[in-house]
Design a protein around this ligand. Structure first.
Ligand code: FMN
Length: 366
């Protein structure tokens, strides 16, 4: 069983490195989100404070590397490279699903290496919803946290991925109840994250009522798990799974839509992710009310070549956020959350028909 999970994890990394697994027709919606340029910013770029405190941790910039991997030798190297980079930059990272190491101490180091390399960075442990529906409970959740001495635990929702893979766990019954119990009994914040299909207002509200401390929307527009499973199915000549992956390739709620729906429905820190590819995307997300922005896929390639490359990729993002904040005249993240933002096109339409008022963002005064 563990060997099978290890093989699948290794497959995921290889497929993501070799094939185009980004969504094709679906977009994040950030192309419809416009920050209003300020010709008179009246601030000094180098004096902008881009730090922020979320979940009790002070991030030097409102960014972290999303959950990716663990369980294999290659994953150990990837995790170590990301950990070294986020430690140096005072940022954070998510670890990949820890299922493979819970009950198998032999592969724990592929995760614990993260805390060794990043003694003070923000570390987010990770377990999956399907395991919670199955045998996992508070004990396993605590074990995941302990393994990386995590600052918080993420429970990932991946119904799309499970639904397009033949070995998928497609029982999602009574999950909310389990999430509620774990949120109550853990002494670190519990965050619920999607994995590229987004979270709608209704689910966000239910998750808040269940007691979670934060929501990572991970909408569509970036990495597509249906695409990853499409390539895995193709390699083993499994025509029906290949078709399923292709059909659902672009399934989900665009990240910008999911973000606004969630921000406007709950009173919790919301993380924007899913297709965040540069500092302008991240700045738009923060202006729409995200507390942090996160990206995963953009760090995979750099992580295979070492921490310097991860650091470089992160530094570009940080610099771009600072630049965009300068150009909208926001000298702090708090101010950024008040600048006017214009929503147009499909994103504005979607929000309007769902009962949200995109024009409210356009009329704000910083
Ligand atoms: C190679 C790879 C492995 C991933 N593994 C996990 C995982 O184990 N747990 C999880 O919660 N999300 C996992 N994700 C999903 C990401 O955390 C993220 O939600 C998704 O990739 C969307 O962000 P992106 O478009 O920036 O890649 C993985 C993503 C990639 C690219």
């Amino acid at each position: 069983m563990d060997d099978m999970i290890g093989e699948r994890k290794a497959d995921h990394i290889e497929v993501c490195l070799k094939e185009n697994v980004q969504s094709r027709r679906a977009t994040t919606g950030f192309e419809d989100v416009h920050l209003v340029h300020k010709a008179l910013p009246e601030i000094e770029r180098e004096k902008i404070d881009i730090s922020t405190t979320v979940f009790g941790y002070k991030f030097s910039a409102p960014l972290f590397v999303g959950a990716m991997t663990g369980g294999t030798e290659k994953a150990t190297k990837i995790n170590a490279a990301i950990a070294e980079a986020v430690e140096e930059l005072h940022l954070g990272m998510g670890v990949g699903s820890q299922r493979i190491a819970i009950g198998n101490p032999k592969v724990e180091r592929s995760f614990s290496v993260i805390r060794e390399k990043a003694p003070t960075a923000f570390i987010l442990a990770n377990i999956g919803a399907p395991q919670l529906v199955g045998k996992y409970g508070v004990k396993e959740a605590k074990k995941a946290v302990e393994m990386v001495k995590a600052d918080a635990l993420a429970i990932h929702l991946n119904a799309l991925q499970e639904a397009v893979q033949p070995e998928g766990d497609t029982n999602y019954s009574n999950l909310l109840q389990k999430i509620c119990k774990i949120a109550q009994e853990l002494d670190v914040p519990v965050i619920v994250k999607e994995t590229g299909a987004g979270i709608a207002a209704e689910e966000a509200t239910m998750l808040e009522a269940a007691g979670v401390a934060g929501i990572d929307v991970a909408g569509v527009g970036g990495t597509s798990w249906a695409a990853v499973e499409y390539y895995r199915a193709k390699a083993r000549q499994d025509g029906s799974s290949q078709r399923l992956g292709e059909t659902f390739w672009d399934w989900g709620i665009p990240t910008a839509v999911s973000l606004v729906e969630t921000v406007k429905s709950v009173n919790l820190p919301v993380i924007a992710s899913g297709g965040i590819r540069n500092g302008i995307d991240a700045t738009k997300a923060l202006a729409l009310g995200a507390s942090l922005a996160s990206a995963t896929y953009p760090f995979l390639g750099p992580a295979t070549t070492g921490s310097e490359d991860v650091k470089k990729a992160l530094s570009y993002l940080v610099g771009e956020v600072r630049n965009a904040m300068f150009l909208v005249g926001a000298n702090s993240i708090q101010k950024l959350r008040k600048v006017p933002v214009v929503l147009t096109g499909k994103t504005a339409e979607w929000l309007k028909v769902r009962g949200f008022q995109p024009e409210v963002y356009a009329r704000r005064k910083a």
